[in-house]
Design a binder for this molecule. Structure first.
Ligand code: A3P
Length: 293
């Protein structure tokens, strides 16, 4: 049984979900996208906030510097499907945005993206992170976030992760679904958390070229400094410390920000089992991840 107050997982159109992401479904599904909207899509804990901050700075850092110091990231980049009672609904925040373009975040698997985004041919930035680090990060997030299901202990959590019994469904289907979509829909930029860690500046250049943004090396360098892990961790407008449903005493939102932290969590036996399962689940995909750099 779920501890009191924690949401229960249920099947929603074939995907494990909780009510906080389906309660506003009609509005999500009918969301009126605009042609210049930019959708930031990820499986939870793949680097959404990082890329959101980079994009917000690329578009608005120069002309609206006060935005970064007064508005938390979840208001600058609304989370489309969120419908948690204590927090503004994502669709409403997005509708209220007066900036252009609108930056909108989603964790939906590709098949659940509202049709308006495809009809308007919106640009989409997808960020993927290797399964092991993604699972570790999600485990700690589920421990500290009272509006996520209780994760249980690490051993049982990995089982749930492998079975796809985590919110937004199987990691495997999420990353491969978006990867396949990219082969036919050219307005997706597919990025990797590991690449961002390896060379943030290079990845920002990729972003700029995808979005048709011209920035100077100096501007990019200044943004790169502002979005380093330590800077974001210390920044209340980026670190989620202003949101009421998270308990940072259990684990901070900006936790480690590393590639390879899974090695501190997986036992040898867990790792072998995970690798075996991974091989099966990913055997039909050309998608390749790095679990260390
Ligand atoms: P860890 O839990 O491994 O530390 P999301 O924004 O999708 O929820 O992802 C959160 C994960 O991205 C966390 O991973 C967080 O620390 C990491 N992250 C956020 N900002 C980062 C940054 N500037 N550099 C590196 N990692 C970052």
């Amino acid at each position: 049984m779920e501890p009191e107050g924690r949401p229960k997982l249920f099947d929603f159109q074939g995907v494990s979900m909780i009510n906080y992401f389906t309660d506003n479904w009609e509005k999500v599904q009918d969301f009126r996208a605009r042609p210049d909207d930019i959708l930031i899509a990820t499986y939870p804990k793949a680097g959404t906030t990082w890329v959101s901050c980079i994009l917000d700075l690329l578009y608005f850092g120069k002309d609206m510097p006060e935005r970064q110091t007064t508005l938390p990231i979840y208001e600058r980049v609304p989370f489309l499907e969120i419908a948690v009672p204590q927090i503004d609904k994502g669709t409403e925040l997005a509708d209220q945005l007066s900036t252009s373009p609108r930056l909108i975040k989603t964790h939906l698997p590709v098949q659940l993206i509202p049709k308006g985004f495809w009809e308007q041919n919106c640009r989409m930035v997808y960020v993927a992170r290797n399964a092991k680090d993604n699972a570790v990060s999600y485990f700690h997030f589920d421990r500290m976030n009272m509006v996520q299901p209780e994760p249980g202990d690490w051993n049982s959590y990995i089982e749930k992760f492998m079975e796809g019994k985590t919110v937004f469904g199987p990691w495997y289907d999420h990353v491969t679904g978006w990867w396949e979509k990219k082969q036919t829909y050219s307005n997706i930029l597919y990025m990797f958390y590991e690449d961002l860690i390896e060379d943030t500046g290079r990845e920002m250049e990729r972003l700029c070229s995808f979005l048709g943004l011209s920035t100077t090396a100096e501007e990019r360098e200044s943004i790169r400094g502002g979005v380093q892990f330590d800077a974001m961790k210390a920044n209340p407008m980026a670190n989620y410390s202003t949101i009421p449903v998270m308990d940072f005493k259990i684990s901070p939102f900006m936790r480690k920000g590393k590639v390879g932290d899974w090695k501190n969590h997986f036992t040898v036996a867990q790792n072998e089992k995970f690798d075996e399962h991974y091989k099966q689940r990913m055997k039909n995909s050309s998608l390749a991840f790095r679990t260390e750099i």
